[in-house]
Every structure is written in structure tokens, then in C-alpha cells.
Design a protein around this ligand. Structure first.
Ligand SMILES: *Cc1c(COP(=O)(O)O)cnc(C)c1O
Length: 390
């Protein structure tokens, strides 16, 4: 059977392993080799090969882009040097007169910084909206819009918004719709199934999964957009390096098993925290108490491995816990094999004003966890030790 035939009915978890395997014609290498060369010879006068210069194209980057496009159900992906570079590509082709962008009021901090900077320059006309508020969304989309950006679940409070509803409303306003799918990964959520035109990723997080690469991806659904955004990535020089592409390819092969284990542990940790007397609230879509639990169950293939929780003792309790907590590293980022703990108000969301933090619901007593691949019992023991001091 040819590859194409036997993969037709294969699950995504099989295809993520299979793409690029056993394709090397030079030596029959099972794993696709890494190509570090910055340039490629022409066969002769006027005879360009597939690749000429590595900013525009690189075989290692091609394989990982194929995997990510396949995972998201897109027709291709542009691999970038960071998640922020992938998001910035979205705005590049917008032109005066059709550059209105509607974005979530609680989107990733780096995205907010970029959107604000691009708006200040006049590259985009920016509107923030609470995407969980139907009336506010309708109002924001009552004018012609070029791009609607969606992020779900939100960071750090894990608010879930209705992809189908928002994507349909975006299209009605004439917008293209892009979804930042970093928090769940394509193993748990596929926005293109709901009609999204683009999916963006910080591949730094679950897709690479080992906290050793900064990278991004922009997945497209039409050949026209893929050509356009590849052109822009080459034009501004934001394409992903070969070595990072190689590491990301190595990481993404295990995405499904990692996330399966991580979210199983996350559910156990969330239930433990919810029952703990010093914890006032736990924000995890897998809990029945989560306000969008049913929506998450409907549109996601799992609840993921990110959560946040609030300590009754506020900032003082947070300081005491962070002084003694072990096993969880006190660090930003997420989605790696190692568990992390973060204090959003002073770390990931420190750039937000106190008022903006209050509006977003980010209190001094809030902590965010990224659950890694350690044994769940050990993670719970570590939290029990840390919470015993307050
Ligand atoms: C980390 C992150 C980004 C930015 O990605 P980088 O790889 O750090 O540039 C964008 N969106 C979300 C949701 C993120 O978590």
C-alpha cells in the first residue's frame, strides 16, 4: 500500500509520528535528517531546486510545518522564530481602510503588548472585547472587521469561549478568524473544525513540550493565505531556525501521550486543590464547578493541563507557599515535561496595571500551575507540603 492509502483512515496520533519517517533517499535514514546549510546549489543556469536559501525554505522546517498543519487540519503552516512572530505575521498584510482587529480583552500579555504597539503605529485599528459577553461581542463586530483573534482557554483564569459562535459572528462581520490554540494544543482542540481561517501557536509550549525551544506556527486553510504568509515570513525574516525546527519535530512526536498523562494528573491536582481548606477557588475546566465546564467538554477533546487557584490568605499566603514549594519550579512558560508554578500578578501579567489586573480577575492570591509529567501523587504531596505553611 502506498503511504497515502494506509494513512487515509489513520488517527492523528499515528500521523504525527509517521510524517517524514522513512523518506530519506540519500541513505534511507528512518528519522528525517536535520539540514543546517544556509544555502543550496542551483542545478545549473536557471535551474533552481526546491530550496535555495534557508530563510525562504528549509527541509527540516518543512517537515515540522507539515506535521503541525496536519494536526490542525490546515493546508500548510508557516513556522516562525517565536509565537509572537507567528501572531505578528497576522497583521503584516493588513492595509489602511481594512485593518480593524478585534481581540480578547484577556489575551496573552505578549499579544496585548504587540497589539498595542501595532495600533500605536497605525498598522491596525484595535478593539478589545470580553469574548464571553455576547452583547459586547456583537457591538464590537457591528463594524466591518479585518481580523478576529480568539484565545481559549484564557490565561490565567481558564475562561472558555464558544468557538463556533465567535467564528460565525466574525465571518458575518467580514473578518478572517484566527485562534491562538497554544493552551490546549491540536491534540485537544481543533479550531479549524469550527471554521477558523488561521490557527496560531507558541510551539514553545505543548507542541515542542520540552522547554528548550522558542518557536511559533501560523496554520493556514487556503493556498492563497499560505502563499501570502510564507511571503511575509520570508520578507520580514521571521522563519524558524533549522535546529529549532528539528527539536520541535522531535518534541511534537510525543504530543498525544504527553498531554494525555498531563491532563490526567491535572484533573487529580485540581480536585485535590478544590478540597483544600486554604484554597478559595480553583480555575480548571475539568471541574464541574467551572462555569464553562459543559462548553469545554463540548468543544475540546480534553481539559488540558493548565489551571490556576486562589489562596484565601491572598498575597501573604502566596509568598509563604512560594518560599517552600518544591517539585514545581517557580518559572514562567508552560506545556513542558516539568511542572511549573507562577504568580501571574507579579510575573506573567506584571505588565498589566493593577486596575487592568483587577478587571481581568487576577488577584494577588492567584497562582497558576502547568502540570508536567511527574507522578500525580508526588505533585499532590508537593502541594500538600507547600500549602501546610499557610
Ligand atoms: C507563550 C504564548 C505566546 C507567545 O509565544 P512565544 O513563543 O513566547 O513568543 C502566545 N500566546 C500564548 C497563549 C502563549 O502562551
Amino acid at each position: 500500500m502506498s503511504k497515502k492509502d494506509y494513512l487515509k483512515d489513520a488517527k492523528l496520533s499515528t500521523r504525527v509520528i509517521n510524517i517524514g519517517i522513512d523518506t530519506d533517499t540519500a541513505h534511507g535514514a528512518v528519522m528525517p535528517p536535520i539540514y543546517l546549510s544556509s544555502n543550496y546549489t542551483f542545478e545549473g543556469f536557471g535551474k533552481k531546486r526546491t530550496f535555495d536559501y534557508a530563510r525562504s525554505g528549509n527541509p527540516t522546517r518543512e517537515v515540522v510545518s507539515e506535521v503541525i498543519a496536519e494536526l490542525e487540519g490546515g493546508i500548510g503552516a508557516v513556522m516562525t522564530a517565536s509565537g509572537m512572530a507567528a501572531i505578528d505575521l497576522l497583521w503584516q498584510p493588513l492595509e489602511k481602510g481594512n485593518n480593524r482587529v478585534v481581540a480578547p480583552h484577556d489575551c496573552y500579555g505578549g499579544t496585548q503588548r504587540q497589539l498595542n504597539a501595532r495600533a500605536k503605529q497605525g498598522l491596525i485599528d484595535l478593539v478589545y472585547v470580553d469574548q464571553g459577553d455576547d452583547a459586547a461581542v456583537l457591538k464590537a463586530l457591528s463594524q466591518p472587521t479585518a481580523m478576529l483573534l480568539i484565545e481559549t482557554p484564557s490565561n490565567p483564569l481558564m475562561r472558555v469561549v464558544d468557538l463556533q459562535k465567535l467564528i460565525d459572528l466574525g465571518h458575518k462581520a467580514g473578518a478572517k478568524v484566527a485562534v491562538d490554540n497554544t493552551f490546549l494544543s491540536p491534540a485537544l482542540q481543533n479550531p479549524i473544525k469550527f471554521g477558523a481561517d488561521f490557527v496560531v501557536h507558541s510551539t514553545t509550549k505543548y507542541i515542542n513540550g520540552h522547554s528548550d525551544v522558542i518557536g511559533g506556527a501560523l496554520v493556514c486553510t487556503t493556498a492563497e493565505d499560505l502563499t501570502l504568509y510564507r511571503w511575509w515570513a520570508n520578507c520580514v525574516g521571521s522563519t524558524a531556525p533549522a535546529f529549532d525546527s528539528y527539536l520541535t519535530l522531535r518534541g511534537v512526536r510525543t504530543l498525544f501521550v504527553r498531554i494525555k498523562q498531563q491532563q490526567q494528573s491535572a484533573q487529580a491536582v485540581a480536585e485535590y486543590l478544590e478540597s483544600h481548606p486554604v484554597v478559595s477557588k480553583v480555575f480548571y475546566p475539568g471541574l464541574k464547578s467551572h462555569p464553562q465546564h459543559d462548553l469545554a467538554a463540548r468543544q475540546q477533546a480534553g481539559f488540558g493541563a493548565m489551571m490556576s487557584f486562589e489562596l484565601k490568605g491572598g498575597l501573604d499566603a502566596v509568598k509563604a507557599v512560594l518560599d517552600v514549594v518544591d517539585l514545581f519550579s517557580l518559572a514562567e512558560s508552560l506545556g513542558g515535561v516539568e511542572s511549573l508554578i507562577v504568580h501571574p500578578a507579579s510575573m506573567t501579567h506584571a505588565a498589566m496595571s493593577p486596575e487592568a489586573q483587577a478587571t481581568a480577575g487576577i488577584t494577588g492570591g492567584l497562582l497558576r500551575l502547568s502540570i508536567g509529567l511527574e507522578d500525580a501523587d508526588d505533585l499532590i504531596k508537593a502541594l500538600a507540603r507547600a500549602l501546610s505553611v499557610v
